[in-house]
Design a protein around this ligand. Structure first.
Ligand SMILES: [Zn+2]
Length: 608
């Protein structure tokens, strides 16, 4: 359910400049320029100034397009996005001339961040760079404007179908929408293949083997080590995930019948209450404990108290204010998009922006008045407060310590949306006693633990695709192999030869790397624990809310304002006291639920 994108630069990034590949700098044997530390610093200053200047109109254009999808806005967005990525790419290649200069650590870090900063690298051939930008814009547009039409006159948007799949218990209808949405991505495949090919040319010009290596190089550790680190973390969570999967499959089988949900096979992907089966909170009523659990119904409470979209946002802002953060600027409320407009196509996918990289903070959402969306708003504002905290850093340091941090901050705050907090803000009257915790923990696990293997596999797929390890004919097959291996879910119907199911997930056509969400799901529990300790909470981890703790807010801000000025391990240490990511906090948070699940599963055959 956590599907958000931070759009700092246009989501395009990397290399360009014919004849000046990193290796060329030393090939001019006769007149080799000698660069100094001061040259490197002056170069970085120029990079900072130039990119900051161009980033602003590019961000305005990206916003205009995302909130009003039409031909003209697409042109302007693609043009400025291309200018920005070409500029970045040129500078990234030029940075290589300082490879042999003995610069200080800070200057070296900036040069490295410049080199690896883009996600998609335009090649030096201007025609190819332009084509790459057009493809990016077209893919985003196809996704944003995509809809499924049952008949010529009866069409459904993704928002409408998602809302229906959240509550429907009719397998035929869910299957229709599941298949219908995946027709949107079929025509994406051809230009996606072209995009991969052009982007890899750009990555090579920067000195990377391919875009896959470029993506894995951004984590303050060797690119080949990074996947192993993710495997280690997944290994910590896997037993718990398998317990959850076992219980959910058994209950779904009870509900729909063994012919629809066989007990020894992966779960059909259309029955989990979510278009991508990535989070399962919407089927809580099917899998919940038999014993009556008093779990606060936030959706109902919001309706009863006449919360509209603005009031939901103000309440989320209030949480951050209670931690000591300054209020959001007036322009946030003037310029944000909170509701789906009636008169035009927009990208409803929730995102948070800092358009001028100073104070022009905004969110873009099509808010639905539900408890889930109330959480998403907290999540998006987490991005905004992070963006504001590091706004005074140099341009190359304005960003997430590693890609997971940005996604984790808002979710960390949302973990504090406990019954205690809901009572404090008047949304519920009474705090349910601890005997109800299994219900609450199961709900959180359905959203967050169910998500973790999905968060891992999207880039497992892309790393292989971007590295050229598989052919386009294998794209969809590999996708479903990974879905089955990690998630234990399967396509409910055989997929046709031209299907491109990964493209039905926003981050693939939008070219946003996905590992950030996997990392965020680990990090948020570590951050939550650290902040609860700082706030002096004596409650169990899953009952702790840091609402109102200025001390916790200060500790959080100390990490946020670092941006990426230091390796993420140091940012991590600033808040948690440890440089390591560690999923054992998840085990601690969900300990009572694991015990309960194991008991439910005693007589069941688990696995798939
Ligand atoms: Zn996000």
């Amino acid at each position: 359910m956590n599907t958000t994108k931070r759009l700092l630069l246009a989501s395009i990034v990397i290399a360009l400049c014919a004849g000046c590949s990193p290796n060329n700098a030393s090939s001019t044997a006769t007149i080799k320029a000698v660069y100094t530390v001061d040259d490197a610093k002056a170069f970085l200053q120029k990079v900072d100034t130039d990119i900051t200047r161009l980033n602003k109109p590019a961000a305005h254009a990206a916003w205009a397009y995302a909130t009003n999808i039409n031909y003209d806005n697409a042109q302007v967005d693609a043009y400025l996005g291309e200018q920005l990525s070409v500029m970045w790419a040129n500078y990234a290649v030029e940075a290589a001339k300082f490879n042999d200069v003995n610069v200080d650590a800070d200057t070296r870090r900036k040069l490295n961040l410049l080199k690896s900063g883009l996600e998609i690298a335009p090649p030096s051939d201007p025609a190819k760079a332009e084509r790459l930008a057009t493809i990016g814009s077209n893919l985003a547009g196809m996704y944003g404007a995509g809809k499924y039409c049952r008949t010529e006159s009866e069409c459904f948007s993704l928002v409408e179908m998602s809302a229906e799949m959240a509550v429907s218990r009719d397998p035929a209808l869910m299957l229709e929408f599941w298949e219908g949405w995946r027709k949107v991505s079929v025509p994406m495949k051809e230009i996606f293949i072209e995009q991969v090919s052009i982007a890899n040319e750009g990555a090579k010009e920067l000195g990377y083997a391919n875009t896959s290596e470029l993506w894995r190089t951004k984590y303050d550790m060797p690119a080949q080590e990074f996947p192993k680190e993710l495997d280690r973390l997944w290994g910590q969570i896997q037993p718990f995930y398998e317990s959850l999967h076992c219980h959910v499959r058994a209950e779904l089988s009870d509900y729909y019948g063994e012919d629809i949900v066989p007990l020894d096979k992966p779960i059909p992907a259309h029955l989990l209450g979510n278009m991508w089966a990535q989070s399962w909170g919407n089927i809580y009523d099917i899998v919940k404990p038999q014993q009556e659990m008093n779990v606060p119904d936030v959706t109902k409470a919001l309706a009863e108290q006449d919360y509209d979209e603005i009031k939901m946002v103000k309440q989320a802002e209030n949480f951050f204010s209670s931690l000591g953060f300054d209020p959001l600027p007036d322009t946030f409320y003037e310029r944000s998009m909170f509701q789906k407009p009636q008169d035009r196509e927009v990208q409803c996918h929730a995102s948070a922006w800092n358009v001028d990289e100073k104070d022009d903070l905004r969110i873009k959402m099509c808010i639905q008045k539900t408890g889930e969306e109330f959480n998403v708003i907290h999540h998006e504002l987490g991005h905004n407060y992070y963006q504001r905290a590091y706004k005074d850093q140099p341009m190359l340091y304005r960003g997430s310590a590693n890609s997971g941090f940005h996604e984790a901050i808002g979710d960390t705050i949302a973990l504090s949306i406990t019954p205690t907090y809901l009572q404090q803000i008047g949304l519920i009257d009474q705090i349910p006693d601890e005997s109800n915790d299994i219900g609450m923990l199961l709900k959180v696990a359905l959203d967050k633990i169910a998500f973790i293997p999905f968060g891992l596999l999207v880039d497992q797929w892309r790393w292989q695709v971007l590295a050229g390890d598989i052919t386009p004919e294998q794209y969809n097959t590999l996708w479903w192999q990974l879905r089955e291996k990690y998630q234990g879910v399967a396509a409910p119907v055989a997929r046709s030869i031209d299907a491109f199911d990964p493209g039905a997930k926003y981050h693939v056509p939008a070219n946003v790397s996905y590992t950030r969400y996997f990392l965020a799901h680990i990090l948020q529990f570590q951050f939550h624990k650290a902040l609860c300790d700082i706030a002096g909470s004596e409650e169990a981890l899953h009952r702790c809310s840091i609402y109102g703790s200025k001390k916790a807010g200060e500790a959080l801000n100390n990490m946020l304002e670092m941006g990426k000025s230091r390796p993420w391990q140091e940012a991590m240490t600033t808040l948690t006291g440890s440089p390591n990511m560690d999923a054992s906090t998840i085990q601690a948070y969900f300990a009572p639920l694991k015990e309960w699940l194991d008991k439910q599963n005693e007589e069941r055959n688990c696995g798939w």
